[in-house]
Design a protein around this ligand. Structure first.
Ligand code: SAM
Length: 497
C-alpha cells in the first residue's frame, strides 16, 4: 500500500505545482524509485481518462477515497499490472471492478479504439506513438560490446550491425543494433525490458538513455585522471566516467541526498567500479583549494533541473501560473549557475561538461552564456558536428536532444574548456558568435581520435573549434586570412591538454 500512498501524495503535490514530478519522486525517499516513477508517470498520463471513469462510477462517494489515490489504484487495476496491495482498500476497489472495467470498455467502443493509449488526447497519443528506443550501454569495466552482442544473438535476438542514421533506430521487436554516435551503446525496440536479464543483474549492461550518455562521453577523461562528478547520484554518469577512465584514477562524486547516494553505491558495486570516492556533501561547499582536489582536471556537472525533457513529464504548461513557473526556473538557473561558477574555480580544471534534462533555455543556454561572461578564461567546445540538434542560437556549439530529432529524452550538453593557463580575462567574450562559426557541422573535424573508440568515424570526434570573436564575422580577404591564422592558433591552444 505504501507505493500507492506515496504515488497519490506525489500526484497531489505535482497538481498543486509544488515541484516537478521527477524531483518529488526522487525526494520521496521511497525504496523502489523506479517502480514509483513508472506508476506516477503513467497515472498522470491517463489522468483525465481515469477521472472520467472514477466520476461516472461515483467511486469517490462510495469508497471515500481521495481522488489522487483513487486514480493510482484504478490505473493499476485497469491499465497497469493489477493491484499489488491487500487490505480494506483493495476490497473497496475490487467491489467496483466490474463497473470500472465496463466504463473503460464503453469509452473504447464509443471512440472506436481497442487500446488504452488510443484514448489519450492527441498530444499525449503522439508521445506514445513516438515511443523511444530502449538504449543499453555496455559496461566496459566488465565486458566488451562484442561479447554482449554475441550473448544477445545466442539469446535469440537479431543483430543488424551499426546504425548509420537516426531513422535506423526504429526497430522491430527482437532486433537490435549498435548506435552510430556512441560506440558502446546498443539500441533495441521500445518494449524491450532488461530489468530481469542476466546481463543487467550482473552489471554488464546499464540501462541508460542515449542523451544521458553524452556528458561522460564528451568529457572523455583519460585513464588515471582525477575527475569530479559534482551532483552524482544515482550514478549512471559516474559509472560511465569510470568505464571511460578504465577504472583508473580518482573519481570524486558528491551528492546532497544520502538515500540517492546509497542507491549509487549499489549501482557502482554492481558495475564493478572501484575508482570512486563518494561523499554526501553539498558540492557548493567543497573547497576547490583542498589539496585532495589539486589534480582535478575534469568535471561533470549534471545539477538538479526542472526535468522538463523527460518524456513522461512533458505536458501542456499553458494553464500554469506563468509567474510561478518563471520563478521556479529562475531559482533553478541561479543554483545551476552557482554550481558552474564553483566548478570552474577548481585550480587545475581543464574541462567541465554541463548537462540538464531540461528543455528550457533559462536552464541551458542562458546559464551557459552567463557563466561564460563571468569566466572569460573558459570557452565552449564545439561538439559532435554531425549531431542533429544544436544548442539554441548563438550557442550552437552545445547539443540539444529531443524525442523528435534524436529519438531520446530531451537533454542539453555544453562543454567548457580552459583556454589560457593564467585564466586571465581575454579580449573578446567567448559568447559572441560570428557567421563563420554558425555552421560548425560543415567544418572538417580537427581533433584527435578518442582513445575509447575502436574505429575512427566522424561522429565519434569532438570538433574543438574555438568560438571566434565578433569581428571575425567580417569577410574581407585580409580579415579572412587573419581569421584563419588566429583560428589555427586557437585550435592549437584548445587541443593542448
Ligand atoms: N548525474 C546523476 C546521474 O546521472 O545519475 C543525476 C543527477 S540529478 C539530475 C541531480 C542530483 O543533484 C540529485 O541527486 C541531487 O540530490 C543532487 N544535488 C542537488 N543539489 C546539490 C548540491 N548542492 N550538491 C550536491 N548534489 C546536489
Amino acid at each position: 500500500m505504501a507505493l500507492y500512498m506515496k504515488a497519490a501524495e506525489i500526484l497531489e503535490k505535482a497538481e498543486r505545482k509544488q515541484a516537478a514530478l521527477k524531483t518529488l519522486v526522487y525526494d520521496s525517499k521511497f525504496a523502489n524509485i523506479k517502480q514509483l516513477f513508472a506508476l506516477v508517470c503513467e497515472t498522470q498520463k491517463f489522468s483525465s481518462i481515469l477521472e472520467e471513469i472514477i466520476e461516472s462510477t461515483k467511486l469517490i462517494k462510495q469508497t471515500k477515497l481521495r481522488m489522487p489515490l483513487a486514480k493510482v489504484l484504478v490505473y493499476d487495476l485497469l491499465m497497469g499490472q493489477g493491484l499489488k496491495c491487500g487490505g480494506s482498500w483493495k476490497a473497496a476497489i475490487m467491489k467496483h471492478r466490474a463497473r470500472l472495467q465496463s466504463v473503460l470498455a464503453r469509452m473504447k467502443v464509443k471512440q472506436k479504439v481497442s487500446k488504452n493509449e488510443d484514448l489519450l488526447p492527441k498530444n499525449l497519443k503522439q508521445l506514445v506513438a513516438d515511443q523511444l528506443p530502449r538504449y543499453v550501454r555496455v559496461n566496459t569495466v566488465k565486458t566488451t560490446v562484442d561479447d554482449v552482442v554475441d550473448y544477445l544473438k545466442r539469446d535469440g535476438l537479431t543483430y543488424l550491425g551499426q546504425a548509420s542514421r537516426i531513422d535506423d533506430l526504429t526497430l522491430k521487436e527482437k532486433e537490435f543494433l549498435r548506435d552510430m554516435h556512441l560506440q558502446e551503446l546498443l539500441v533495441f525496440s521500445p518494449k524491450t525490458d532488461f530489468h530481469d536479464h542476466f546481463l543487467y543483474k550482473a552489471g554488464h549492461i546499464i540501462l541508460q538513455d542515449k542523451a544521458s550518455c553524452l556528458p561522460a562521453y564528451l568529457l572523455n577523461p583519460p585513464p588515471g585522471s582525477h575527475v569530479i562528478d559534482a551532483c552524482a547520484a544515482p550514478g549512471n554518469k559516474s559509472s560511465h566516467l569510470a568505464a571511460i577512465m578504465k577504472n583508473k584514477g580518482r573519481l570524486f562524486a558528491f551528492d546532497l541526498d544520502a538515500k540517492r547516494l546509497t542507491t549509487m553505491s549499489t549501482l557502482l558495486l554492481r558495475a564493478g567500479v572501484t575508482c570512486q570516492q563518494l561523499a554526501n556533501q553539498d558540492f557548493l561547499k567543497v573547497d576547490p583549494e583542498d589539496p585532495q582536489y589539486k589534480d582535478v582536471e575534469y568535471m561533470l556537472l549534471d545539477p538538479s533541473c526542472s526535468g522538463s525533457g523527460m518524456v513522461c513529464l512533458q505536458r501542456d504548461d499553458s494553464s500554469d501560473n506563468q509567474e510561478r513557473v518563471e520563478a521556479r526556473l529562475a531559482s533553478l538557473a541561479s543554483f545551476q549557475l552557482k554550481c558552474l561558477n564553483h566548478g570552474l574555480s577548481f585550480p587545475r580544471l581543464k574541462r567541465l561538461v554541463y548537462s540538464t534534462c531540461s528543455i528550457h533555455r533559462q536552464e541551458n543556454e542562458e546559464v551557459v552564456a552567463a557563466c561564460l561572461k563571468q569566466n572569460p578564461g573558459f570557452r565552449l567546445v564545439s561538439l559532435l558536428p554531425r549531431w542533429p540538434e544544436r544548442g539554441l542560437e548563438p550557442l550552437t556549439q552545445c547539443l540539444r536532444a529531443s524525442t523528435q530529432k534524436t529519438r531520446t529524452q530531451g537533454f542539453f550538453v555544453a562543454l567548457f574548456e580552459k583556454h589560457n593557463n593564467a585564466g586571465t580575462k581575454v579580449e573578446k567574450p567567448v559568447v559572441q558568435k560570428s557567421s563563420v562559426e554558425a555552421a560548425p557541422h560543415s567544418q572538417p573535424s580537427r581533433c584527435k581520435k578518442r582513445p575509447a573508440d575502436s574505429e575512427e568515424t566522424e561522429t565519434s570526434e569532438i570538433d574543438k573549434t574555438p568560438i571566434p570573436a565578433a569581428d571575425e564575422a567580417e569577410s574581407t580577404p585580409a580579415k579572412k586570412k587573419k581569421r584563419k591564422r588566429n583560428k589555427k592558433k586557437k585550435t592549437k591552444e584548445a587541443t593542448v591538454e
